[in-house]
Design a protein around this ligand. Structure first.
Ligand code: FAD
Length: 458
């Protein structure tokens, strides 16, 4: 029960035709995400929950809820599938969780562009787009459950970012249909840079109803695992495959020992003590990858054709990105993780990685996802596992990275600006003032807005 409990209950009673969830256990579950990956957030967000959850299926139902909440000043926290990592869809101040997973129709895909309602699961989007010759440019490892709106509102990228960069790269997202939070909600179409102001703002800025995104040509993908006894050889192999313009790939994931040992479902392909590179490739690139592998002294222990992958329903993508963390946590609950951005070419990201392995190996376990940065440079993103002892030591570890010139996108914070965004963006705050003038969306998560409110009050 929060301050808003009575008003939330009144709204639910006023709109009986909508799908309301008020059972306390279910409301608790639908107020949580995967912030438990972080021992720090787990503690900070304990007990934070909504008063009610609503699952609208049409734009009109969304409008009814939003109008009622705006009239009664009840906070709204938007939820897709709740796979976010930073408590992004956990309400700090109660109110209503607006679960958009039922607002999920596929729209269209043509000429390299596609559009759908925000609650569509990424797997369903891909399934609908493939027969039309297209696929999504990025599949987070949560693609089976995560929604398009959730990836845009709280995600980064995924398999495919090695070709198209993060979601944030200019040209990936083309438009967003957005509903304002007002007693008479308005619907606007924001294009290009205006739409991007809503990206990775944890649903604090506006309610995204539909997204229009640039797509990739549909491709059949095979999967392979290469293993090595030497850390640096494995790293250089992963880098060589990633850099080679003739090799078509969708994901290159490097896992330093002992991480492969945590991937229990594929343990038979991962010899004890190995360093592994998980690959999602075009079939025409297999022989090229094998040549690079021979040059680096590795061995291919796993190979599935695109047809095998389709038929089995199992994909290595679900062992990459933060699924590596999930698998490791199933194995050892004392682990946590950090996220880092190395210094891209022409700077020496491989040198930074080797230096960190030498300094912190054993305590920080190296997991890298190769990608193109927003600007197009080859780089990799670290999602290192950490043997957690104390919050102070965790902060020290992150500082050691920063001291080496490695940027940390801290996953142990829930405020937008304390994570990847890094600082207050006045354009985002100004857009929020237009779309959510009362500040009802996910209150407490956008520092720029909280500071503005205090300044106005003063
Ligand atoms: P939610 O968690 O429900 O929401 C995320 C944020 O977006 C919330 O703040 C919410 O308020 C906001 N939001 C949701 N819908 C809307 C909307 N319609 N309008 C405005 N705001 C909205 N992330 C990656 O980028 N790549 C990965 O590979 C990846 N792998 C992961 C693996 C695991 C095991 C886990 C637990 C997480 C991973 N993530 C990854 C993080 C997460 O899965 C992605 O961010 C995902 O796309 C979120 O989708 P969702 O539907 O679950 O969003």
């Amino acid at each position: 029960m929060t301050l808003h409990a009575d008003r939330a209950a009144r709204i639910a009673a006023e709109l009986p035709d909508l799908d309301w969830i008020v059972d306390p256990l279910k409301v608790g579950r639908l107020s949580a995400d995967f912030s438990w990956f972080s021992p720090v957030l787990k503690q900070q967000l304990a007990g934070k929950r909504a008063d009610a959850v609503v699952r609208p299926r049409t734009e009109d139902e969304i409008r009814q809820v939003v109008a009622a909440c705006a009239r009664d000043s009840v906070p709204i926290t938007i939820r897709g599938s709740g796979t976010g990592n930073y408590g992004q869809s956990t309400p700090l101040q109660g109110g209503v969780v607006l679960d958009l997973s039922g607002y999920n129709a596929f729209g269209w895909a043509r000429n390299g562009v596609g559009r759908a309602q925000a609650g569509i699961r990424l797997a369903d989007f891909d399934k609908a787009a493939r027969p039309l010759g297209h696929e999504l440019r990025w599949l987070p490892s949560t693609f089976r459950t995560a929604t398009l709106g959730g990836l845009f509102g709280g995600g980064f990228g995924g398999a495919g970012s090695i070709n198209y960069g993060p979601v944030a790269a200019t040209g990936n997202v083309l438009g967003a249909r957005v509903m304002t939070v007002e007693p008479e909600p308005r619907v606007l179409e924001l294009r290009d840079a205006d739409a991007m102001l809503l990206h990775h703002t944890y649903g604090t800025t506006g309610i995204v109803l539909e997204l229009e995104v640039a797509l990739a040509p549909a491709q059949s993908w095979m999967e392979a695992i290469a293993v090595f006894t030497d850390f640096e050889k494995a790293l250089h192999f992963a880098n060589a495959v990633s850099a080679n313009p003739a090799l078509i790939k969708k994901d290159v994931c490097f896992l330093g020992a002992p991480i492969p040992q945590y991937l229990t479902p594929i343990a038979e392909f991962l010899p004890e003590g190995c360093h592994a590179v998980l690959l999602v490739l075009a079939e025409c690139s297999e022989s090229g990858v094998r040549q690079v592998l021979a040059e680096h002294g590795g061995e291919m222990t796993y190979r599935k054709t695109a047809d095998d992958v389709q038929a089995s329903g199992r994909t290595l993508i679900e062992f990459t990105w933060n699924h590596t963390t999930l698998n490791a946590l199933k194995h050892d609950k004392t682990l946590t993780y950090i996220q880092s951005a190395f210094d891209p070419l022409p700077n020496d990201y491989l040198g930074q990685i080797v230096a960190l392995e030498k300094q912190l190996g054993g305590e920080v376990l190296m997991h890298l996802e190769f990608l193109r940065t927003k600007e197009g440079g080859l780089n990799c993103s670290g999602i290192q596992l950490v043997r957690y002892t104390t919050e102070a030591r965790l902060n020290e570890i992150m500082q050691i990275h920063r001291d080496l010139g490695v940027r940390i996108n801290n996953p142990h914070v829930y405020v937008v600006e304390d994570g990847k965004q890094g600082k207050v963006n006045p354009a985002i705050v100004a857009l929020k003032a237009r779309l959510d003038p009362q500040g009802l969306l996910n209150p407490g998560k956008l520092r720029g807005w909280e500071e503005r409110t205090q300044a106005v009050a003063a």
